[in-house]
Design a binder for this molecule. Sequence first.
Ligand code: FAD
Ligand code: NAI
Length: 468
Amino acid sequence: MDTYDVLVIGGGPGGYVAAIRAAQLGFSTACVDDFTRDGKPSLGGTCLNVGCIPSKALLDSSEKFEMISHDAAEHGINVQGASIDVAKMLGRKSSVVDKLTGGVAFLFKKNKIKSFSGLGKLVRREDDGWIVDAAGTEVKAKHVIVATGSSPRRLPLAPFGGNIVENSGALELSAVPKTLGVIGAGVIGVELGSVWRRLGAQVTVLEALPGFLMTADAAVSKEALKQFQKQGLDFHFSVNITKVEDSGKKVSVTYEEGGKSVSAEFDKLIVSIGRVPHTEGLGASDVGLELDERGFVKIDDHYRTNLPNLYAIGDVVGGAMLAHKAEDEGVAVAELIAGQAGHVNYDVIPWVIYTSPEIAWAGLTEQAAKDKGLNVKTGQFPFSANGRALGHGDPRGFVKVVADADTDRVLGVHMVGPNVSELIAEAVTLMEFGGSAEDLGRTVHAHPTLSEALKEAAMGVGKMAIHM
Ligand code: FAD
Ligand code: NAI
């Protein structure tokens, strides 16, 4: 039987990164992953295959289409008859995915990681190792890392299939639907709703909660909602879905809103109501692996499960279901196994929503800081007063810095506007080093750049903003 120091179950951002870091640290390492695309093994998990990467590729294509069709004229560029070739757009998206998933396979070879394609199942503990069925072959490993990710939460009223799709299906619509319904105004709802709206779909978003993006800072979610509604996304809050029927041609959705029963018909329906941990087929109950009441693998601060030398990371352990959180846990767990001080700072995990305008934040919202009893001061700077944003033709949104009024330490940074997916990194670095608003405000930023809006917001905390 082949024996490894470390075996990783799951080859998504958590698992493949853990495998690479383990190999770098000198462990003999293997990874078993069951994801396939077009019948072929495809490493990279949800993120690379049907999540982060393909959604961003489509967001980019659709944003360019919208820019050319509607916004170019403002720059004096007249384009007539712009049209979208959906098949070509999907083909480009697939080739981006191919490049990156192939890249993971290349990195596995480079790091001498044995790759098994198929299901990984915990079988039993023997001597001081784990016997794992790796795609039909029993192997032994001293340490096992479970990184089996998550899958879309199902709405029993609206089973996936036909015109009712989850994230994978929503990334593969072969034509632009005239009408698109989205259940869930979360991250997938607004990103993929935006893609198809830009290409011409009339999009209706049905959300159970009374508000929009309720974990974001209130000022950011208010501004983002205003911008998305202006673009034509039709949001309905506090709805209760009561019936969903797919006739094959159309999907009809009945929901209660404001005490009334309303029916709507859509060509396609995306159900994006969150994700659930994926432990199916893992053999968790056979070996006594403890899960919590929601099905997440239970771990301690060092990613240790209730069983010896069995660790878990990424979406399957809960917390922020984000690729970068999973990746950093992958690095940390490998280092902990090696006896090093692997660590993830959960207080400063950036969230980014790749709509237009983009939304990004890290750290505490103003309200969360106040709820913690902290004495808070804030600074806010609009992109409408930023030269680069005006030059771009996109002065929507603002940057808001939340700082501790007693120490000036930055507690959170919240942004909605152009390219804030990139701007947030500076705020994360500052917070990681415990920086103050004044540190940020007195750091020289190139002119003219969007990053000056962050500097000015930080200066605003001390009432020193120059350009407003
Ligand atoms: P996964 O990526 O889910 O990987 C788990 C892998 O394990 C999969 O390949 C799965 O098939 C495999 N597996 C499961 N069970 C077994 C088994 N028993 N044996 C073998 N293999 C198994 N996050 C971001 O940070 N940024 C984004 O822009 C972003 N966009 C997203 C867009 C969409 C549409 C979706 C759905 C998600 C998005 N996410 C994004 C979330 C991100 O994809 C996840 O947080 C991330 O993929 C989690 O990584 P993971 O390694 O824990 O799990
Ligand atoms: P989500 O948790 O972001 O949003 C789900 C929404 O559905 C919530 O607003 C919830 O209130 C609503 N909802 C739940 N049940 C409902 C019901 N029965 N009827 C109507 N609304 C209902 O989940 P989503 O959008 O499915 O995405 C899953 C996860 O994937 C995200 O939370 C995030 O972790 C990750 N992701 C990250 C992205 C990024 O980083 N840019 C992009 C896409 C996904």
